[in-house]
Design a protein around this ligand. Sequence first.
Ligand code: PLP
Length: 287
Amino acid sequence: MPRIAYVNGRYVAHADAAVHIEDRGYQLGDGIYEVCEIAHGQVVDMTRHLDRLERSLRELSMRAPMSRKALSVVLREVINRNRVRDGMVYLQVTRGVAPRDHAFPSDSVQPALVVTAKRMDRAAGSRRADTGVKVITVPDNRWDRVDIKTTGLLPNVMAKQKAKEAGAYEAWFVDAKGEVTEGASTNAWIVTKDGMLVTRAAEHGILRGVTRTTVLDVAKQLGLKVEERGFSVEEAKAAREAFLTSATSLVTPIVAIDGTTVANGHPGSVALSLRQAFFDVAEKTPA
Ligand code: PLP
C-alpha cells in the first residue's frame, strides 16, 4: 500500500511529497515539529503534544497553519490513509515559503504544514525493553557549534527579527561575559580610541567569516594594528568606530548600538577605507 503524506493542503503520495526550496524550515531551520506515538490505533497523548506545539508556535511568534480541531482531523486522516495501527505520526510546521531572509516574511506568507505517519514494529520495542539498552555520553554542544555554517539558523532568525522590529540592521549576540560574539549574519568589529582594529578570535563562538578573513588581509595592507579578542558592549559603545562584515554587507559602518551613538554618529574613516580597499585585495574569479 503506497504511503500518503499531507503537504500544505494536499494528500499526496509519500514518494512525491515535496516542499519548495525556499521553505524556511529547509533554508533556516525556522520550523517546529511534534511526534506522537500511535498504539493500537490510538494517538497517544495528543492533547499534550498539541499543547506543546502551540507553545512552540507562540514562543517563535509563528502562526498556526490551521485550527487545532482541523489539525487533529488532518493527523487522523494521515494515520488512517496509511492504515497505521502501531507507529508514529509526525507533523512539522514552518514559517512558510518566502525569498531567503533571516527576518520574518510578511504576514501574508502562510505557515507550511507537513504530516506523515509510519508503522513501527511494536515487538521490536518490547524486545528492547526486555533486554534494556546502552547509552554513551557526548558534550552538550547544542547551539554551541556556531563555527559551522549550518542551516540551523533559528536563533539567528529570532535575533534578526528583533533587530528589524527595533529599526536596526543587525543584532549582535553577547555572551555570558558581556562580550560581543558576532552578528546574526555578520562578524562584529570595533576600532578603539587608539586606532586598534578589534574583532573576536575566530576560534571562540563565532563563524569564521570569509569577509572577516579578507578584511584582516586588507587591514594588514593598510598598515592597521589588529587585535583578535573579545570586546564588551560598553567598549563598543565607547569605540571610535564600529562596523560589521559579511559577503553581502562587505564592510558596513555602524553608527548606533542599542540606541547609543557611536562616536559622532557618522560612518568611520577606517571602516570606509577598508570597504574601499576590499575589492583590490579579495580574490576575484570571473563568473
Ligand atoms: N557570522 C554569521 C553568523 C553569518 O551567518 C555570516 C554570514 O552569513 C557571517 C558571520 C559572515 O560570513 P561571511 O563573511 O563568510 O559572509
